[in-house]
Design a binder for this molecule. Structure first.
Ligand SMILES: O=C(CO)[C@H](O)[C@H](O)COP(=O)(O)O
Length: 225
């Protein structure tokens, strides 16, 4: 097991301890959130009564395998969501490495409490990785032009196992928009949301209630936000 794997697992397991009986739980996407789904499945097997709301096809499959009963946002409000992130800065998260950021934002923002689980390599002073966008396919070129007008550079994320772009669970293409170091994530988030054809973006501003940061030595730092 790699150091990074241990760090992710302990963060996921620690966050799952915060889930109360009878909760509706947002189930995040990605490898770190997967450790929380596994740990939650173990608590369900031990008698915890919860219902999960998956943030992606992947999360749904993992939850089924873990034995977690599922519900949806029509039927239930989310009490607590646990999700990963690609970067964690003081006032914002970057998400969408797996292209699930639109559904993740819907579920995570519906939650009464949103817990982020990361290994310690994800904590940064400022977000500097490209921002994933979910874009309607017809809007690819106009969105790229709008990103350029904001001083960024847009690159369509291509699939590795087939010819064509990466598609989200909802059929949007994923465009990664590079801006270098993002000094004002709130302002950029507003600008990205206003671009026609952008279904959603991976900047989550002031969204987390707590961040669980796992380390390779098995320790977890919990940072309330
Ligand atoms: O936002 C996400 C998917 O869209 C993931 O939560 C994010 O990419 C982190 O993934 P991992 O825990 O595998 O590093």
């Amino acid at each position: 097991m790699t150091d990074r794997t241990t760090a992710k697992r302990v963060a996921g397991e620690a966050a799952v301890e915060a889930i109360d009986d009878e909760s509706v739980v947002g189930l995040g996407s990605g490898s770190t959130a997967a450790t929380a789904i596994t740990a939650l499945g173990e608590r369900v097997a031990a008698g915890l009564a919860v219902r999960g709301v998956p943030t992606s096809w992947q999360a749904r499959q993992r939850a089924r395998e873990a034995g977690i009963p599922l519900t949806d946002l029509d039927a239930d409000r989310v009490d607590i969501a646990i999700d990963g992130a690609d970067q964690v800065a003081p006032t914002a998260l970057l998400k969408g490495g797996g292209g699930a950021h639109v559904r993740e934002k819907i579920v995570d923002s519906d939650a009464e409490r949103f817990l982020v689980v990361v290994d310690d390599s994800k904590v940064v002073d400022a977000i500097d990785q490209p921002v994933p966008l979910a874009v309607l396919p017809e809007a690819r070129r106009p969105v790229a032009d709008a990103i350029a007008a904001l001083g960024g550079a847009a690159e369509t994320r291509m699939a590795t196992r087939r010819d064509g772009p990466v598609l989200t669970d909802d059929g949007a293409i994923v465009v990664d928009a590079a801006f270098g170091v993002i000094d004002d994530p709130a302002a950029l988030a507003t600008e990205l949301s206003a671009i026609p054809g952008v279904v959603g973006h991976g900047l989550f501003v002031d969204a987390a209630d707590a961040v669980y940061v796992g380390s390779a030595d098995g320790s977890v730092a919990v940072c309330d936000r």
